[in-house]
Design a protein around this ligand. Structure first.
Ligand code: ADP
Ligand code: ADP
Ligand code: MG
Length: 444
């Protein structure tokens, strides 16, 4: 088992990883930028190393600086968290080449699944239904032909996209003519890869994803699904497990598809296979994410499995020990962002008053504390509230109570807590009739 791990991340996920390491008796090394000197992950880790100025490109995304920290601290493994370098094949390769353990899939796997076009080819090969669309990257002529065939509306997506970026809906030929070159240009500047593809735009689908764990010996298990249909601009805001909209039979089917995909590419580690479900209940492969996800706690809460612990065990070369996954009740996660509820612009500031909810069935994952100054340089996620209930109704009632208790106040600091309260009072969410466009419609 790894004895010392460096966490190449910040914020709540760095705290999350450190907690499991402590329980496993593993020493932890935090890295931080000059803006994160007073961060919780720095306080909780056994050792900490400053890796540079606030700008992510000069700190959390700077591979040489991170590798220097790995060497100086003699860490044996690196946990990349999510975002930053977590899906970067070059980082994984360099960590492994220096004789250290990258806690995640291999560089080759990251390369493959990070390319959505290649991932779709794999899915097709193992018989997973795909959203109708192009087989590979498209230029304008090809996009035009395909759109005529599958009919508008269509979406243009970047092969290297992620975090909801690089997705554009197109309703007619005129719009396609206008948006395709823009999409390619933007993909080039945002991801360094101009390849885009087109897919049929599924109207008001649900986002359903399957959590998997795979060891180095070919064993793959699925931990069930999460529904992440509450989104804004293709980014998740509320996630739940299990999905209230699929049957046990559909769950088994999705798990089988996810496992088949992982086996085909010899996947190792924790990962998530994402699907869309249309209004008729048809499923389509979307992509695979080869890292821990923001919403992993909802799966942990209903299964009792610590996914970070499994990631570390797998990376240490251990066999999967879980034989059967038992689920209990419902869990819902709310992403609390430091943002203006009207403009959605980030709203950093100092936390002057803080009260975290508690009681039965409540988990709060956060790195903030009273007096903490939220830096303006990073993601606006400042906390995750995860609630559990025997039934979905009970989880919703508990969430309302917890959101009422939750206080985060400070000068210039705004959060989306009230927004979550509003969501919980909508008929659609209560009845689980919500879809990926529901939130945007609700806000109008
Ligand atoms: P997950 O797939 O784990 O639910 P998200 O889909 O919300 O996470 O985001 C995917 C990754 O992109 C996350 O690791 C997150 O840190 C990062 N991310 C989220 N929002 C943005 C953004 N606006 N710009 C760049 N990266 C983002
Ligand atoms: P990312 O890598 O940014 O997470 P995904 O391919 O996972 O991108 O898609 C993110 C979200 O975009 C989905 O959850 C869904 O809301 C929307 N989306 C993606 N593809 C389609 C599609 N073909 N039709 C409708 N919505 C889509
Ligand atoms: Mg996705």
């Amino acid at each position: 088992m790894l004895k010392k791990i460096l966490i190449a991340n910040r914020g709540e996920i760095a705290v999350r990883v450190i907690r499991t390491c402590k329980e496993m008796g593993i020493r932890t090394v935090a890295v931080y930028s000059e803006a994160d000197r007073d961060s919780m992950h720095v306080k909780l880790a056994d050792e900490s190393i400053c890796i540079g100025p606030p700008e992510p490109l000069k700190s959390y995304l700077d591979i040489p600086r991170l590798m220097a920290a790995v060497e100086v601290s003699s860490a044996e493994g690196v946990h990349p968290g999510y975002g930053f370098l977590s899906e970067n094949p070059k980082f994984a390769q360099i960590v492994e080449a220096s004789g250290k353990v990258f806690i995640g899939p291999s560089a080759e796997t990251l390369e493959l699944i990070g390319d959505k076009i290649k991932a779709k080819e794999v899915a097709k090969k193992v018989g997973i239904p795909l959203v109708p669309g192009s087989d590979g990257p498209v230029d304008f002529q090809k996009a035009l032909e395909i759109a005529r065939e599958i009919k508008y509306p269509v979406v243009i997506k970047s092969a290297a996209g992620g975090g909801g970026r690089g997705i554009r809906v197109v309703y007619d030929e005129r719009e396609l003519r206008e948006k395709l070159p823009l999409a390619m240009q933007e993909a080039k500047s945002a991801f360094g890869d101009e390849r885009v593809y087109v897919e049929k735009y599924i109207v008001n689908p649900k986002h359903i994803e399957v959590q998997v764990l795979a060891d180095r010996y070919g064993n793959v298990i699925a931990l069930g699904e999460r529904e992440c249909s509450i989104q804004r601009r293709y980014q998740k805001l509320v996630e739940e497990a299990p999905s209230a909209s699929i049957s046990e039979k559909q769950r088994k089917y999705l798990e089988e598809l996810a496992i088949a995909f992982c086996k085909e590419i010899n996947y190792v580690g924790a990962g998530t296979v994402e699907f869309l479900m249309d209004q008729e209940g048809n499923f389509y492969f979307m992509e695979m994410n080869g890292r821990i996800q923001v919403e992993h706690p909802v799966t942990e809460i209903i299964t009792g499995i610590d996914i970070v612990r499994e990631q570390i065990r797998i990376a240490s070369g251990e066999k999967l020990s879980i034989k059967k996954v038992e689920r209990r009740g419902y869990a819902i996660e709310f992403r609390i962002n430091a943002e203006d509820p009207n403009t959605f612009l980030p709203s950093p500031g100092r936390v002057d008053r803080l009260f975290l909810p508690g009681g039965l069935g409540i988990r709060v994952d956060t790195h903030i504390y009273c007096g903490y100054k939220i830096p303006p340089f990073y993601d606006s996620l400042i906390a995750k509230l995860i609630v559990w209930g025997k039934s979905r109704e009970e989880a919703i009632d508990r969430a309302k109570r917890a959101l009422e208790e939750f206080i985060i106040e400070g000068e210039g600091l705004k959060t989306n807590i009230d927004f979550h309260k509003r969501l919980l009072n909508t008929r659609e969410f209560k009845m689980a009739k919500h879809h990926v466009k529901f939130l945007e419609e609700m806000m109008l």
